[in-house]
Ligand binder design. Structure first.
Ligand code: FES
Length: 569
């Protein structure tokens, strides 16, 4: 076994070693804890302001038990946490900042391995991005989902927020009833109970091989969540002994596996951004086209909201992610190594779907082709994406006149204006909600339909933006347009009444305005002044990359390793 990194601190002689050890001893640590035991950091994203991760202090205790049982020395530390529902202007603005906190916290401390405790949407990719740039043995423990909500005898979860909100607009649901749903929906610890971004991220880490098998779907309230946390604590100690660094797990083949699995579960569109950013940290070449080429031929096997019918709790009882992965054998790189030291193929050898209405078999999928489709054209030269499983089949090939909103404030002030010039076939265009333009790329791409359209019984329309949409949302929504409008993309030049054509099968999106006219519009265009001139946000706007590169900061791609270059003591 290679020399423990922690010994550079705790194994030192003289004054420096004294200082490193003595101050740790004030927490009641006996001498033999420093005798060459692997020191395992538990990187905890607990925060009362991240309600989905609110149970993580307790979960960390289970991880600690496991580390101690395996002969390691656990040290829990806090990092920035991002509560998706609370953080303004949008949690995505701070994903990269949080990843810096994780990276520097790991590197700066005497750690030999890391357990990442993550749950709510951004806490998983940010933690993995940070850990990837250091490179130590790393295992992820997800927090688990909430129990399925129950309202007046019905199952509910986050995707119903959009449905009930539309009903309130239509006047078929009262504000009092809407308020009553709140407590009925979020009735236990855990993150959103559908295949939204948090569950997609939990599935992503499991399919990448960064967690123990089965980690993705165990509800937070199920005692087996604590069991897997404890087992992960035991396992990380062995990973240190085996020198199973994160770089040995996060190979190009592992990324390809994650794309295939994400297609089969109908995962969130946010998956694209986060996986691209993690690949960027690992210096693994991955492009938008990989998502399309590898993902779009994959059948949809999970019948889960927001695309389907069931909830994450049902998914767990039906066999969870291993049951999906089992069905994908032959489409995956089965030999790749995972956190438990076994191949992904070995991990699912005994997996079974206990309910084929929730997890289908490969020969009887819910949809023949799934995944995310990358669409290109003059309106999205570097691509935009759509999730067909969450869209309406009749709108996948469509031509309509643009109804343009210059930014989210413009949309909010006008979308319910009775005078809004809009018809059923119109295409809603929202500008300036990209990585730079908002800034932070908020989840507003699935604009609610104007009341006058809803009153006519319209349930879906084509929507195009440079923003994101919540993993719990749905609709015929083209997202992540690159280059974004604030970066001079053609999206910035769209005007009301312009004809827009989309054809998902042909992977095509086109603004029917000739080049000469576009050139003349460009001469009158200037980038919006966002009014951020200091601090992190100003730095973010200057350095954030476009969506097709994962919206990471340009100076954060790649890794710096675990070596501390200078040493003041
Ligand atoms: Fe945290 Fe949905 S808000 S997972």
């Amino acid at each position: 076994m290679r020399k423990l990194r922690s010994q550079e601190w705790l194994g030192k002689k003289g004054k420096d070693g004294f200082i490193y050890r003595a101050w740790l001893k004030n927490q009641g640590v006996p001498e033999d804890e420093f005798d060459g035991k692997p020191v395992i950091g538990i990187c905890n994203t607990w925060s009362e302001l991240t309600p989905c991760n609110g149970h993580f202090r307790e979960l960390a205790e289970s991880v600690k038990k496991g580390i101690l049982q395996a002969g390691g020395f656990p040290v829990e530390f806090p990092v920035m946490s991002l509560g998706e529902t609370i953080v303004k202007p949008t949690a995505m603005l701070f994903r990269n900042l949080m990843s810096m906190d994780v990276e520097e916290s790991i590197r700066a401390n005497p750690l030999d391995g890391v357990v990442l405790l993550c749950g709510c949407d951004k806490t998983t990719p940010a933690s993995v991005m940070g850990a990837a740039s250091v490179g130590l043995p790393t295992i992820v423990v997800s927090g688990g989902t909430m129990l399925t909500g129950r309202y007046r005898g019905k199952n509910i979860a986050t995707s119903d927020v959009w449905r009930y909100a539309d009903e309130v607009i239509k006047g078929t649901f009262t504000n009092e009833e809407f308020r009553e749903v709140e407590g009925a929906m979020c009735r236990s610890d855990g993150h959103c109970a559908v295949m939204g971004t948090a569950s997609t991220m939990a599935c992503m880490v499991e399919s990448l091989g960064l967690s123990l098998p089965g980690n993705a779907a165990i509800p937070a309230a199920d005692s087996r969540r604590k069991v897997i946390a404890q087992l992960s604590g035991r396992r990380i100690v062995d990973m240190v002994h085996e020198e199973l660094d994160i770089g040995k797990i996060l190979t190009r083949e592992a990324f390809e596996n994650a794309i295939v699995v994400n297609a089969a579960i109908g995962g969130s569109t946010n998956f694209v951004l986060h996986l691209l950013a993690i690949a960027g940290r690992m210096e693994v070449p991955l492009t938008l086209d990989d998502f399309d080429n590898l993902g779009s031929p994959i059948p949809l096997l999970a019948n889960l909201q927001p695309s389907g019918k069931y909830y994450m709790e049902d998914f767990y009882y039906a066999g969870g992610l291993p049951a999906v992965i089992k069905q994908l054998q032959g489409k995956l790189h089965g030999h790749v190594i995972t956190a438990n030291g076994k191949s992904i193929h070995e991990n699912v050898a005994k997996a079974v779907s206990y309910n084929e209405d929730v997890i289908a078999t490969n020969d009887k999928p819910f949809q023949e082709a799934s995944g995310l489709v990358v669409v290109r054209g003059n309106l999205a030269e570097r691509g935009c994406i759509i999730k067909p499983s969450a869209a309406s089949p009749h709108l996948m090939k469509h031509k309509g006149k643009a109804v343009v909103f210059e930014d989210i404030e413009d949309y909010r002030s006008r979308f319910n204006d009775p005078e809004l010039d809009i018809e059923e076939t119109s295409v809603l265009v929202l500008k300036n909600v990209g990585p730079k333009g908002y800034p932070g790329m908020p989840e507003v791409g699935n604009m609610a339909l104007p009341k006058k359209m809803q009153d006519k019984g319209v349930t879906d329309m084509v929507r195009i933006s440079d923003g994101r949409m919540s993993g719990t949302a749905f609709g015929t929504v083209f997202l992540h347009t690159a280059p974004e409008s604030a970066d001079g993309g053609v999206l910035a030049l769209v005007q009301n009444g312009d004809l827009i054509e989309v054809d998902v099968e042909k992977k095509f999106i086109h603004l029917h305005v000739d080049d000469e006219e576009l050139e003349s519009r460009r001469k009158n265009w200037s980038a919006p002044d966002l009014g951020f001139d200091r601090g992190y946000v100003a730095h973010y706007i200057k350095h954030v990359q476009q969506a097709d590169l994962g919206a990471d900061l340009d100076f954060l791609t790649g890794k710096s390793g675990h070596v501390v270059k200078r040493n003041s003591h």
